[in-house]
Design a protein around this ligand. Structure first.
Ligand SMILES: C[S@@+](CC[C@H](N)C(=O)[O-])C[C@H]1O[C@@H](n2cnc3c(N)ncnc32)[C@H](O)[C@@H]1O
Length: 224
């Protein structure tokens, strides 16, 4: 009986990344900076999204098209049991479990943003002057190292209050200082709504660089 021949494809200059639940594209910018050709998917129109955009349900889209991409990132909104939901009375369905199942079905390396572990990224790890913690799980063979978490030595402004000199801002809720937040996180195209949701691009540039090294080491090529 003949065995199927493994197909080894050569990495092209711009491997493709699918950015699910993309919002205004904080994650997307970091992956593009790392060297990916990025396509975003969101149910809401995203006129500020700076890359190719598809308005669609993320889980349905990845089940149909996920295998066309080299790496897939997903940032579902707050889970059903999150602090966010309890505080705001939201009724978000739990999108983490169905998203993970759909990501696994693609057979592609994937990154899933969550509310807790296993890998946590924070601004000062990358020279970003804010303590925005973001958590990531990976799969499909991709693993992420946990960078050293520097202690929070710079004081933080109180939530929603102007930022005193020598403090870091917290860009959550109805925060003031949109231009300052754009400058700090490197997201000059975003409005307040996008900023409060976004992954600082420096975080996904780190993840994207790790993913590119994984693709190269695994001999996985650019998806057709
Ligand atoms: C936390 S934000 C993502 C932030 C983004 N990763 C960034 O770094 O800028 C979550 C997004 O998911 C979108 N969303 C919610 N349900 C969705 C669904 N079923 N399919 C696609 N997008 C969805 C929301 O419209 C929102 O823009």
């Amino acid at each position: 009986m003949t065995q199927p021949t493994p197909i080894r494809r050569v990495l092209g200059p711009r491997p493709r990344l699918l950015d699910l639940f993309c919002c205004q594209g904080g994650a997307a910018k970091g992956y593009a900076d790392a060297g990916f050709d990025v396509t975003g998917v969101d149910t809401a129109p995203q006129p500020r999204y700076p890359f190719r955009f598809v308005q669609a349900d993320a889980v349905a889209y990845v089940l149909e098209h996920g295998a066309e991409f080299d790496v897939i990132h997903a940032s579902p909104p707050c889970q059903h049991d999150s602090d966010c939901q309890r505080l705001q009375g939201n009724t978000h369905p739990d999108l983490i479990a169905p998203t993970r199942t759909a990501l696994q079905a693609t057979g592609r390396p994937w990154v899933l943003e969550k509310l807790v572990g296993p890998v946590m990224l924070c601004g000062p790890m990358f020279g970003v002057a804010t303590y925005r913690h973001r958590y990531f799980e990976t799969g499909g063979g991709l693993t992420l190292p946990q960078p050293h978490h520097p202690p929070h030595l710079v004081p933080q402004a109180k939530m929603g209050r102007p930022i005193p000199p020598g403090h870091y801002g917290q860009f959550v809720g109805n925060f003031s200082g949109v231009q300052h937040a754009r400058d700090v996180m490197g997201v000059p195209w975003m409005n307040r709504d996008g900023i409060r949701e976004c992954i600082p691009p420096a975080y996904t540039q780190f993840i994207g660089t790790t993913a590119l090294a994984f693709l190269a080491a695994a001999g996985l090529g650019v998806a057709a």
